[in-house]
Design a protein around this ligand. Sequence first.
Ligand SMILES: NC(=O)c1ccc[n+]([C@@H]2O[C@H](COP(=O)([O-])OP(=O)(O)OC[C@H]3O[C@@H](n4cnc5c(N)ncnc54)[C@H](OP(=O)(O)O)[C@@H]3O)[C@@H](O)[C@H]2O)c1
Length: 342
Amino acid sequence: MNTLPATMYSVVLNHGGYSGTALEPTIKDASDWLSEAELPVPSPGPGQVLIRLRAASVNPSDMHFIKGEYGQPRVKGAPAGFEGCGDVVATGAGAETLQDQRVAFVAAGSGAWAEYVVTQGQMCIPLRPDISDEDGASQIVNPLTAMAMVDLARNDGDAFVISAANSQLGKLMCSLGRDLGLSPIALVRRPETVQPLKELGAVEVLVTSDPKIKDHFASISTNMKPRVFLDAVADQLSEQLFCAMPNGARWVIYGKLSSEMPQLTQSGQMIFMSKRIEGFWLTRWMMSTPPAEQMRVVAEVQARFADGRWKTDVSERLRLSEVVPNLASALKKSDGKVIITP
Ligand SMILES: NC(=O)c1ccc[n+]([C@@H]2O[C@H](COP(=O)([O-])OP(=O)(O)OC[C@H]3O[C@@H](n4cnc5c(N)ncnc54)[C@H](OP(=O)(O)O)[C@@H]3O)[C@@H](O)[C@H]2O)c1
């Protein structure tokens, strides 16, 4: 610890607890939610590690969290940011094997948008040397979710539906689906993303603003019989498309990119057609999946990034000192992650 500075530059939360809202993961001005602060460099406790940040990614979950609408409460004044990669520079008892390793991590002690981060050793994945820092900074949340949800879908047939398919996660799932011989049906909101998604592996791509989308979807659904709808939008159109899916279909809601709350319009769908509405949260998957299976999935994720089957599209790079003034405008760019470096 001797060579470590006493304090670190951090981007911290302006508010604590929950806000009680459930809006979109968009912000007008990051200073409504975040501030700059010089904080003491934290010390790792038992089972924890201290990481010097190399790069952090900005996910929609970070936006929901800073706004107080994620599945865990905010701590006012603590650094924001869930995911990144960096070098382990100090360890607590029981985490010594991670000392000096470059790891991908999920922050579970203090947030990732700071020069140093404390998290549990169990929330770190040592990175192969052939994985870049930017891929390393987006190595856990979306890739593990993609692996887990496509696995869930393939147990119910070949075809499955992906909304917001041009998201980073949507793209990972389209190409993984193709590689596994499955038939992803993609929903997007921008027509210019149709062709790139077909090239990535989507068998059908529908644009949600198409006035005939319900008819088009119904005929695709009759032909391809998708039984799983992986949905990060969860608006009224989602409900309508779910109603057009076959008997036994599952509507798996895993994100809230739209602020529109859908209403159920046909209870017979659940009673007579045995359809189900459920959720997916990676945190629960991690708690319920045996460690050996998680290690197999992590190895497959790293192999896919190392050989180029998967990559992280980067839309903007910000230094930590640029986050508060520039994050809102950086997030307006489509097609990629905002990556934060110290
Ligand atoms: N439950 C979990 O465990 C879990 C884990 C990981 C991710 N997620 C969720 O997965 C989703 C995607 O994450 P990501 O990191 O891949 O996102 P991302 O790369 O930041 O992309 C966001 C995408 O959402 C689209 N979008 C935004 N608002 C929309 C709306 N109102 N209707 C339709 N599309 C909209 C954008 O479309 P354009 O391309 O047209 O701009 C963009 O493609 C998020 O909801 C995230 O919270 C959940």
